[in-house]
Design a protein around this ligand. Structure first.
Ligand code: AMP
Length: 478
């Protein structure tokens, strides 16, 4: 288990890490479970494979409901009725790698020597396999393949005398990305890793205290945004009182810029700024960097809507709604019917012939990952008679996988990891292709940050311990 260079390890990494999630918590509200359900509903875009809620009632009795699928499929209103209590945490999760099973759904709930312990985690730990191997050697029995379960064991096995110090000791040992909501009996701990990769905000709903991955969840419950939980901060929330525990050892902040590019909802405020405004700024900068003569510009709905608006505002090229997205596709429906590579694209998007035929068009998308969506879209748009197709991307080429909680494929599968922009242009079969530059992207949102831009640069701010020790391919930790 010796350390080997990251680039060499990336080349042999044979699986992707998928840990996209939304976290929500309520302390001190009679309808804690219902509010958590609504919060998760608003955070649905952060995780679509499973959802769960843990509540603790006034007698300290925990109750849990977890299910597979979208939040509304996983949790029925009858389930919520049974979840009585004033303290709740919830989780929506998107994770696979052979682990799309109910026992991997969160929150995790256990009974340990000091009582009830439940945990909801957004992010991806980079030393979970190493810690897990150590814990297993010491006799720990794991119930899931989630990296998050490591945190549960570290808290439960801590020799510290009280939950505050147990939580602190556990969080000091984990590396990578974590935005956490933890219940110990009637107390909620909310914490972010020292680099603050993933968002987590603090709000209020009347006298109740609320924690959420994104502000759009506060909006839905008509809660009030108070502030971001800061990198390295650990809050203890109980009976309407918030106490700040000692912070984790500081590291340079590294807010994920891909949250602004793609992941967060445009109506949220992330890193203290409007996601919609950030995406428009990316679009405007893109128009300055890659101008083009065209009749219309359009987005690939919905993720690039704001960027396409910005591109249109800056270039003066009219914005059209040229692609219509079907919002009702279930995952299970797609799989058995997937006849050819383009089928997935055709079932999701349909072009509006009248606004494309005979026109020089600009398509703005937020990012190119494997390139399959874009290639399919381009061929569809050609089929309905576009005269010229100019493709613009409101982020730089994605060349490296994410180890901090965004679902990205392995290096080999990333289209831009081994191809030049000209090769990608040919592959997509477009008249021109323009990516937003790294400097342009960061410059457009420079009032916040510093950012993690590892997926574009390969500069990973937090150590990739498991990868470097060769543990990622040998232990099914994700
Ligand atoms: P691809 O066909 O793999 O190039 O997919 C590109 C599309 O996927 C873009 O339009 C993005 O909006 C979207 N996308 C980017 N990152 C992710 C992600 N981590 N998970 C799911 N979709 C993504």
């Amino acid at each position: 288990m010796t350390r080997t260079p990251i680039r060499r390890q990336l080349a042999v990494l044979d699986k992707s890490l998928r840990e996209e999630c939304g976290v929500f918590a309520v302390s001190g509200h009679d309808a804690a479970a219902e509010l958590t359900f609504l919060g998760l509903y608003a955070l649905q875009h952060r995780g679509q494979e499973s959802a769960g809620i843990v509540v603790v009632d006034d007698d300290g009795e925990p109750r849990i409901h977890k299910g597979m699928g979208l939040v509304a499929e996983a949790i029925a209103s009858a389930d919520i009725q049974g979840l009585r209590g004033r303290v709740a945490i919830g989780h929506a999760r998107y994770s696979t790698t052979g682990a799309s099973e109910l026992h991997n759904a969160q929150p995790a709930l256990v009974n340990y020597r000091d009582g009830t312990l439940a945990l909801a985690h957004n992010g991806n730990l980079t030393n979970a396999a190493e810690l897990r191997a150590r814990l297993v050697a010491e006799g720990a029995i794991f119930q899931s393949t989630m990296d998050s379960e490591v945190i549960v064991h570290l808290i439960a096995r801590s020799q510290q005398p009280d939950p505050d110090r147990q939580v602190l000791e556990a969080l000091a040992q984990i590396e990578g990305a974590f935005s956490l909501a933890i219940i110990v009996n009637d107390t909620i701990y909310a914490a972010r890793d020292p680099r603050g990769f993933r968002p987590l905000v603090l709000g209020r709903k009347g006298p109740a205290i609320v924690v959420a991955s994104e502000t759009c969840a506060l909006d839905l419950i008509e809660g009030e945004y108070r502030r971001d939980i800061e990198p390295g901060e650990i809050l203890k929330i109980r009976d309407g009182v918030i106490e700040e525990l000692p912070r984790l050892a500081p590291e340079g902040p590294a807010a994920c810029i891909f949250e602004l590019v793609y992941f967060a909802r445009p109506d949220s405020r992330i890193w203290g700024r409007s996601v919609d405004a950030a995406r428009r700024a990316f679009g405007r900068q893109l128009a300055r960097e890659h101008p083009v003569k065209a009749d219309s510009v359009f987005s690939v709905p919905d993720s690039s809507n704001s960027a396409a608006l910005g591109f249109s505002e800056e270039s003066g090229i009219p914005l059209e709604l040229a692609l219509i997205r079907n919002h009702y596709i279930g995952r299970t429906f797609i799989q058995p019917l997937q006849r050819d590579r383009d089928f997935k694209v055709r079932i999701k998007y349909n072009p509006v012939r009248e606004v494309i035929e005979g026109k020089r068009v600009v398509i703005v998308d937020d990012s190119l990952v494997r390139g399959t969506t874009s290639r399919g879209l381009v061929s569809m748009i050609r089929d309905v008679g576009a005269k010229e197709i100019h493709f613009r991307l409101s982020s730089p080429p994605i060349r490296f996988p994410c180890f901090y909680g965004i679902d990205m494929p392995t290096r080999q599968e990333l289209l831009a990891s081994s191809r030049s922009v000209e090769e990608i242009r040919q592959y997509l079969d477009v008249d021109s292709l323009g990516y937003l530059s790294l400097e342009g992207m960061i410059g457009a949102v420079k009032e916040s940050g510093p950012y993690c831009d590892a997926c574009f640069t390969g500069n990973y701010p937090a150590p990739l311990t498991d990868l470097q020790k060769g543990l990622l391919t040998s232990i099914g930790c994700h």
